[in-house]
Design a protein around this ligand. Structure first.
Ligand SMILES: Nc1ncnc2c1ncn2[C@@H]1O[C@H](COP(=O)(O)OP(=O)(O)OP(=O)(O)O)[C@@H](O)[C@H]1O
Ligand SMILES: [Mg+2]
Length: 451
């Protein structure tokens, strides 16, 4: 049975997917490989980087020209600045991956041992790659994932060792290397353990290009969803693809997660004769947000970082603020914000919803539950005056208690607390539309009650 995958790369036959290779400018990539370039691929979390690298590896290995080796360098992160430990992990990882593709177990073990001998972590990776390329009959293309998860001295050492071997390619060093990650390493400030700060570009100036992987287009969302209709006969009612676009702005994981929620998690819709309607999708969106799915949780975690705070705080509170360009770049790289005709805004509707909920979550649980919904009139309508009076009362009484509960977003506190309050009011029967962005001087909230 095929399904919408929300856990890791889409490299199985039973995943609905868009061809991962052609989400990039594939001709461009082939040209860069042919020209023996070393380059960066960067894109926000959960956009399909790993899926696309794995597909490229399979494609290249099926052809005659190259041996492609994919390896995830995240395994070197835990060693932090301990380059000896980190190189041990990275080389082991590389060796295992090479073995899967090339066989040659004994020779690879020997190369690994030789590289690690003499306790010289700052040349070990270079030595392993040199011997590997001599062993391989075809030029090696190296696909290194999560390179930016490496820290300080380790990252500097990896980049410098790659640079040191560059002029020996393709006979004694990889023909091409793609470094993949969330941030563009060329602008990345690397903090070494001796306190020195180095920019990634200066270690890796052999980089010739930096490619990005985008979100899905509207058309791609419908292609992905229609694969489900073809497979099962279950239809999406009119306007649903547009609604998915409104909710996700094409963020690949969100697009999959919404449809997975609607068609697989909500049991009643597993009957494939049930058409997936806008009401189902609205419920799926709400369930997704409440489930604190990993991707959304990781995102919420980022809000605690100082540089993210500096960008998000003025957005939520609608205040003007001098922004630091690097902070904006970082938040853009993470996929948290994007440029729009109205300026910088949160990247999509679901993030817009998750963010204030996340920041006021403990507040909602601890304080707001004591309200009886006295703001609802006997005819079921909302009494706005009473609602606002109750909020003012609440605000006056609790202005100190809520402070520690909003994760440092103190200046945005009144706005966040009010959003948290409205969330409690909506409580399953209403919807809150939120519009906020930088430089607007305000945040718009629109409560739809029993709409
Ligand atoms: N080609 C594709 N077709 C359909 N969905 C995709 C495709 N590529 C990625 N996705 C969606 O994005 C999710 C993440 O994919 P993948 O792990 O490849 O991304 P990533 O950018 O490497 O993520 P991370 O930043 O966590 O390493 C998948 O679980 C799937 O929901
Ligand atoms: Mg990945």
């Amino acid at each position: 049975m095929k399904f919408f995958n929300t856990a890791g790369p889409v490299n199985q036959d039973d995943h609905y997917k868009l061809d991962p290779i052609h989400r990039w400018d594939f001709d461009e990539i082939l040209m860069l490989l042919a020209q023996r370039k070393y380059f960066l691929l960067h894109a926000p979390r959960q956009t399909g980087k790993t899926s696309s690298l794995l597909a490229l590896q399979a494609h290249l290995n099926a052809g005659e020209d190259y041996t492609a080796i994919y390896a995830n360098f995240e395994c070197g992160q835990a060693a932090r600045n301990d380059t000896r430990r980190a190189m041990g992990a990275l080389i082991e990882q590389l060796k295992l991956r090479c073995e899967q593709i090339m066989g040659e177990r004994e020779q690879l073990n020997a190369i690994q041992q030789e590289a690690m001998a003499g306790d010289k972590p700052d040349i070990a990776l270079n030595s392993f790659l040199t011997q590997l390329c001599r062993l391989s009959k075809k030029p090696i293309v190296l696909l290194l994932d999560e390179v930016d998860s490496l820290i300080g001295d380790t990252l500097v050492s990896v980049l410098r060792q790659l640079r040191a071997g560059y002029d020996s390619r393709p006979g004694s060093f990889p023909q091409s290397t793609i470094l993949c990650g969330v941030v563009d390493i060329k602008d990345y400030k690397i903090h070494r353990s001796d306190g020195e700060i180095i920019t990634g570009g200066s270690c890796f100036n052999i980089k010739s290009k930096s490619l990005r992987l985008g979100n899905f287009s509207r058309d791609e969302i419908s292609q992905l969803y229609l694969a489900h209709t073809r497979e099962t006969g279950q239809v999406f009612s009119e306007g649903l693809f547009d609604l998915a676009w409104d909710y996700t702005a094409g963020q690949p994981w969100l697009v999959n997660a919404l449809a997975y929620e609607a068609c697989f998690e909500m049991k009643e819709n597993r009957d494939r004769s049930v058409p997936i309607t806008a009401a189902i999708f609205r419920a799926a969106r709400e369930r997704l947000i409440r489930s604190r799915a990993t991707h959304l949780d990781q995102l919420a975690d980022k809000l605690k970082e100082e540089r993210v705070y500096r960008v998000i705080q003025p957005m939520v509170s609608g205040t003007d603020s001098e922004l630091i360009a690097e902070d904006v770049q970082y938040c853009t790289d993470l996929g948290l914000i994007r440029e729009s005709p109205e300026g910088l805004v949160l990247a999509n509707d679901i993030y817009r919803e998750v963010l204030p909920r996340e920041l006021t979550e403990s507040l909602q649980n601890r304080f707001l539950t004591r309200f009886a919904p006295a703001w609802v009139d006997p005819d079921g309508s909302i009494n706005t005056d009473r609602l606002l009076t109750m909020f003012q009362q609440f605000w006056r009484e609790n202005s100190e208690i809520w402070k520690p509960t909003i994760a440092g977003y103190l200046e945005a506190a009144p706005h966040l607390v009010f959003q948290g309050f409205l969330q409690r009011v909506a409580n399953g029967e209403g919807l809150i539309d939120r519009e906020y962005g930088l430089g607007r001087g305000r945040a718009d909230l629109f409560l739809r009650w029993q709409a």
